[in-house]
Design a binder for this molecule. Structure first.
Ligand code: CP
Ligand code: NVA
Length: 304
């Protein structure tokens, strides 16, 4: 499939049909890989990856994903690039566009991705910014589709910080036709513009009570209380113990509810070991699915 958008920075660039189409294509690619290997649809294509922040899953799944589709990825840590010596993002975008067919970047300031995509002649993918993490949400909804066999009408409960992953989860829910309820402490709500946009196509509930969010939920989602851009330890006091996903909170959701976490996780903070390592947790499928969703995204964005 081909996408109308050149770049994927937030998920708001996608139609519902495209979002669901990418998920279905990812499920096909996963089956194809397990049957012996993917077709080399990105033969001789290249991806450059810029990292301003650490990464395990994003880096490895993009690099191996390109390889499995017959292409190649080049990993660049921003502090080893001329960016660290003051070369502009505009000049970096123009240079990388002459070498590679696509650029993926993990950055602090989301605006940097916008500048990068404006000056790059090739597609730009957001591999996480302070404001959004769209690739994670493609993998999350693929995992939900695999487990629940549908997306429309499900209830998702987000517990904790209204952060970058939460903002993208709200867009994902709107695109999938799922309801979402978000429980955060006061002052830690998700991005207002994202909530307003998503409310045009689905139910978005904001609450300070985790049990209001988890009631009748099909999916419970948690993420760290201290993101890479928010490492202040004092934050924890605002979240603990109320916003920890534990067995009691899981029991208050639907009986067959699943637990998602983008990882890395801190057991004993946002989630107990009994939940993340327990029978309702699907976090390893979720992590694996980063590989499959990124492949369908790369194949859809990189045109011949
Ligand atoms: N979930 C996620 O993006 O993981 P990494 O930070 O390891 O890439
Ligand atoms: N919210 C986390 C997600 C890490 C994948 C962060 O930004 O650090």
């Amino acid at each position: 499939m081909k996408l109308k958008t050149k770049n994927l920075l937030t998920l708001a660039e996608l139609s519902s049909k495209e979002f669901v189409g990418l998920i279905d294509e990812s499920i096909k690619l996963k089956k194809e890989l397990k049957k012996g290997g993917n077709k080399p649809v990105l033969k001789n294509k290249t991806l450059t990856m810029i990292f301003q922040k650490p990464s395990t899953r994003t880096r490895v799944s993009f690099e191996i994903g390109m390889y499995q589709l017959g292409g190649h990825a080049v990993n660049l840590s921003s502090n080893e690039m001329q960016l660290s010596r003051g070369e502009s993002i505009e000049d970096t975008a123009k240079t990388l566009s002459r070498y590679s067919n696509c650029i993926m970047a993990r950055v602090y300031d989301h605006k940097l991705l916008e500048t990068l995509s404006e000056h790059a002649s090739v597609p730009v993918i957001n591999g996480l910014s302070d404001t959004f993490h769209p690739c994670q949400i493609l993998a999350d909804f693929m995992t939900i589709k695999e487990k629940k066999k549908k997306l429309k009408g499900l209830k998702i409960a987000w517990i904790g910080d209204g952060n970058n992953v939460c903002n993208s989860m709200i867009y994902g829910a709107a695109l999938a036709g799922a309801k979402i309820s978000i429980a955060t402490p006061k002052g830690f709500e998700p991005n207002k513009t994202v909530v307003t946009q998503a409310k045009k196509s689905t139910t978005v509930e904001l609450t300070t009570d985790p049990y209001t969010a988890s009631k009748n939920a099909d999916v419970i989602v948690a993420d760290t209380f201290s993101s890479i851009h928010n490492l202040d330890k004092k934050r924890l006091q605002k979240f603990l113990p109320k916003y920890q996903v534990n067995d009691k909170l899981m029991k208050s959701a639907k009986k067959d509810a699943i637990f998602l976490h983008c990882l890395p996780a801190k057991r004993g903070q946002e989630v107990t070991a009994s939940v993340i390592d327990g029978p309702q947790s699907v976090v390893w499928d979720e992590a694996e699915n980063r590989l499959h969703t990124q492949k369908s995204l790369l194949a859809a964005l990189i045109h011949a």
